[in-house]
Design a protein around this ligand. Structure first.
Ligand code: HEM
Length: 410
């Protein structure tokens, strides 16, 4: 069986045919599989079985915060010099937000943001999300064609998260390049100057936005976080900046891809598309299946907080674990007929939103956005089909499953 390399996790071939990649991964002899280098971060272990992934995500010995393990972790880092991009990547990876820290900091930071993302709060956004979806389609209806990513899947969640955070509508396009460049900084050797400039622009913008919210607070999540910061010991300035960065990035790089990948999967499975068109009441079940089958976040990571033995492998304190959520979602020991897209699947304990204390905070929002997006698309565009050959589709070079564009006609 062909060896797996770190770069395989972001390659267009993997994104194009994830099932083949998963077969290579699960065909390895070791269920906890060692790889030599993961994007310059050194040696790592890969977990891809559903039960292993759940176990790791729920085990408090596997940490998010690499800094807590210094100096071992620092020795492992292959960030050579003091070059600014290495520092930026390191900073981005270690920014103190809920996704990069462990309890008790995690509990504190998650609690502060969670009030905005309860299912009830999210449900209240329904009419506005529907209005945005309709307006986006109104703008392209007459043309009979669109790039489903640029014209629909991307703006929908961006408008929603921008409004939640109180980011001026006119500025939201700035964030696309920023989040893409910074989110993939580790994968962009040779583009150091661009990464550094983007980072500076981004932090300058957020700092001035925070100052503005302090002077003119609104009913948005950013104003609430600024208020918590001003009240004293609830979060520090770095945590405030970093939490806003996390919410913006999570809102930019995820739901867009669920909608894009989901539409493509349905177009590739006309029987499932027809089934959904004939019975829109199954949209919530279909969204869960699309999350399992083509969910955008296919890997996450942890670091071992102590020496741990799994499946006979000796994972050392400080070792990195690459967790294949996409792989676990195809595990035949967990899912009946996992390679089939079945939008009526009832037993579907997928891990597209992770598991344990870091379970996606935005899951209720992502689900609602996706349900409205699919209902609106299928209801208004009954003749939706691809405008190019499937082989012409391209994916971004990132560890997210993320289409560059999806030209469709209707
Ligand atoms: C389809 C869309 C989405 C997917 C597939 C997704 C996936 C994930 C995954 C897998 C994690 C856990 C990562 C880990 O354990 O290492 C996560 C965490 C998180 N997600 Fe999402 N996400 C989506 C949408 C969103 C949205 C729209 C938001 C909010 C704007 C959001 C906010 C967050 C936050 C704040 C965390 C960190 C939670 C914590 O550390 O306690 N996500 N997401």
């Amino acid at each position: 069986m062909e060896e797996i390399r770190g770069s395989d996790f972001a390659s267009p071939e993997t994104m194009r045919d994830f099932i083949s990649f998963y077969k290579r991964l699960s065909g390895q002899q070791e269920p906890i599989y060692p790889i030599d280098d993961f994007f310059g971060m050194g040696k790592a272990w890969v977990a891809f079985r559903h039960d292993d992934v759940v176990q790791i995500l729920k085990d408090p010995r596997f940490l998010k915060n690499m800094r807590s393990l210094a100096p071992q972790q620092n020795e492992q880092k292959s960030f050579e010099s003091n070059d600014s991009v290495s520092q930026i990547i390191e900073w981005l990876n270690n920014m103190p937000n809920m996704l990069t820290v462990d309890p008790p900091d995690h509990t504190r930071l998650r609690r502060l943001a969670s009030k905005a993302f309860t299912p009830r709060m999210v449900e209240e956004l329904r009419p506005r999300i529907q209005q945005i979806a309709d307006e986006l389609l109104d703008a392209v209806m007459e043309k009979g064609e669109m790039d489903l990513i640029a014209d629909f899947a991307y703006p929908l969640p961006i408008i929603v998260i921008s409004e939640m955070l109180g980011i001026p509508t006119a500025d939201r396009n700035l964030f696309r390049e920023w989040t893409h460049t910074l989110g993939n900084a580790a994968l962009m050797p040779g583009r150091e100057a661009e990464v550094a400039a983007t980072f500076e622009e981004f932090t300058r913008y957020i700092k001035s936005m925070l100052a503005d919210k302090r002077k003119h607070p609104g009913n948005d999540v950013t104003s609430k976080l600024v208020e918590a910061y001003d009240e004293g010991d609830k979060l520090n300035e770095n945590e405030l900046l970093s939490t806003i960065w996390l919410l913006i990035t999570a809102g930019h790089e995820t739901t867009v891809n669920l909608i894009g990948n989901g539409v493509l999967a349905l177009l590739n499975h006309p029987d499932q598309l027809r089934l959904l068109q004939s019975d829109p009441s199954i949209i919530p079940t279909a969204v869960e299946e699309l999350l399992r089958y083509v969910g955008p976040v296919i890997i996450t990571s942890r670091v071992a907080g102590e020496d741990i033995t799994m499946h006979g492998q000796e994972i050392r304190k400080g070792d990195m674990i690459v967790i294949s959520l996409g792989g676990a979602n195809l595990d035949p020991n967990k899912f009946a007929n996992p390679e089939a897209l079945d939008i009526t699947r009832e037993e579907n304990e997928h891990l597209a939103f992770g598991k344990g204390i870091h379970l996606c905070l935005g899951a209720p929002l992502a689900r609602l956005e996706a349900q409205i997006a699919f209902a609106t698309l299928l209801g208004r565009l009954p003749d939706l089909h691809l405008a190019i050959e499937p082989e012409q589709l391209n994916y971004h070079l990132t560890t997210l499953r993320s289409l560059v564009s999806l030209p469709v006609k209707f």
